[in-house]
Design a protein around this ligand. Structure first.
Ligand code: PLP
Length: 420
């Protein structure tokens, strides 16, 4: 055995041990369906939760439950401490400069709506342009369309090429004086494409145009450093990073957030209220009206700590290995077409099989205990671009294994046989 194969064998073994260790953190992975152990490959829709996240929420309700920020009593102080501790964990996860740049919202969708209705509605006017891309999730299209209707602005779209990459030249050409915002996804939920966002942000900033990144599919799979990216807004959901549903984050640069009007009015977001005038609270509370999802915040804080404890070197290395292996294996299947062949991807594999509807494939795979997503993945314009009504999407997380990829490939061969 030469030195190279020896070291690659060593790293394979280490990787295998790591994954087995991580799998123990996720009790749901022991589930059996139709006599088979669950193979969960629907991670782009939502990830499974480790014990540490469930225990953090449970601990909060069992020992600390009280409303935050307003109470003088001990439990309220404990709840507030846990809540603000989570904010700092999220700050560290994305390397934000200040904790008050982390705004807790319901998820990516609410974060984008907040920017559209607070930042966009107060500044944009008729004829202004907003640039999105052809691979956006509906939640990074519809809020801008709603805003365009309200203020008379115009949506411009960066086209997607056959490989599933954004057309750079058109993007550069679209940036102009009328452009008031660029809102693009960091990673495509359908194609897995990792967009060259740093370069795109630099290009926008050269025209003094701010950039919002939809980080829903990046946050658990890539190291995200908002200061290095220099993005102006970054949106993500807790449930895609091994945390709970119903909680997410809008990151915004302090100066921008400070200047923006509140999104919703209510308790907690004010400093003083009278019938004549109300003054607003400072950041981040100005954007957190009403009693927040305290348990959700505590849970997503635990998820951020969990990810930080594993580290992105290990996560990226493992998920890229899964992607390479799966791409090779699945490409060999006759009649199978992978949608999305960008040179830089996360562990997302969308495909169609000649003569078979994705829903039939999904139903067959489910009976084999394999969970994948089928449909348009909330990216209808992208489906139209590739001329397909739907795809089958397998998406990987840190706990998936090579043997699960083998099971997926085997089941695809079987479904072809059955429906022949
Ligand atoms: N953006 C992308 C790229 C997504 O994949 C998703 C969810 O699938 C969203 C936005 C919306 O996230 P949420 O439904 O958690 O708000």
């Amino acid at each position: 055995m030469n030195a190279h194969t020896h070291s690659s064998l060593e790293s394979d073994i280490k990787n295998h041990l790591n994954v087995q260790r991580w799998r123990h953190d996720f009790p749901i992975l022991q589930t059996r369906l139709y006599g088979k152990t669950l193979v969960y490959l629907d991670n782009a829709a939502t990830t499974q939760k480790p014990y540490t996240v469930m225990e953090a929420e449970n601990h909060y309700y069992r020992y600390d439950n009280a409303n935050v920020h307003r109470g003088i009593h001990t439990l309220s102080q404990r709840a507030t401490e846990a809540f603000e501790y989570a904010r700092v964990a999220l700050q560290h996860l994305i390397n934000a400069q200040y904790a008050h740049e982390i705004i807790f919202v319901r998820g990516t969708t609410e974060a984008i709506n907040l920017v559209a209705q607070s930042y966009g509605r107060s500044r944009f006017k008729a004829g202004d342009e907003i640039i999105v891309s052809g691979m956006e999730h509906h939640s990074n299209i519809v809020p801008w369309q709603m805003l365009c209707k309200q203020v008379g602005a115009i949506l411009r779209v960066i086209p997607v090429d056959d490989a599933g990459e954004l057309d750079r030249n058109t993007y550069d050409a679209l940036l102009c004086q009328r452009t008031k915002l660029v809102a693009i996804t960091h990673v495509s939920n359908t194609l897995g494409t990792i967009n060259p966002v740093k370069r795109m942000i630099d290009a926008a900033h050269a025209h003094h145009i701010p950039v919002l990144l939809d980080g829903a599919q990046a946050i658990a799979h890539l190291p995200v450093d908002v200061q290095d990216l220099d993005c102006d807004f970054y949106a993500f959901s807790g449930h895609k990073l091994y945390g709970p549903t119903g909680i997410g984050v809008l990151y915004g640069k302090s100066a921008l957030l400070d200047d923006m009007p509140p999104y919703q009015g209510g308790g907690d977001m004010i400093s003083s209220v009278s019938f004549e005038a109300t003054t607003y609270n400072k950041l981040p509370y100005k954007f957190e009206a009403g009693t927040p999802n305290i348990a959700g915040v505590v849970g997503v804080g635990a998820a951020a700590n969990y990810l930080n404890s594993i580290g992105f070197d290990a996560i990226v290395g493992h998920e890229q290995a899964l992607l390479r292996y799966a791409t090779e294996l699945i490409s060999e299947i006759p009649g199978l077409r992978i949608i999305g062949n960008a040179s830089n991807k996360t562990g997302i594999l969308s495909f169609v099989l000649q003569g078979l509807h994705p829903h039939d494939i999904g139903t067959f795979l489910d009976r084999q205990g394999i969970a994948v997503r089928t449909g348009h993945h909330c990216t209808m314009p992208l489906m139209e671009r590739f001329g397909v009504p739907a795809t089958v999407r397998a998406s990987f997380a840190l706990y998936n294994t090579i043997s699960e990829v083998d099971k997926l490939a085997e089941a695809i061969y079987q479904v072809k046989e059955v429906f022949k």
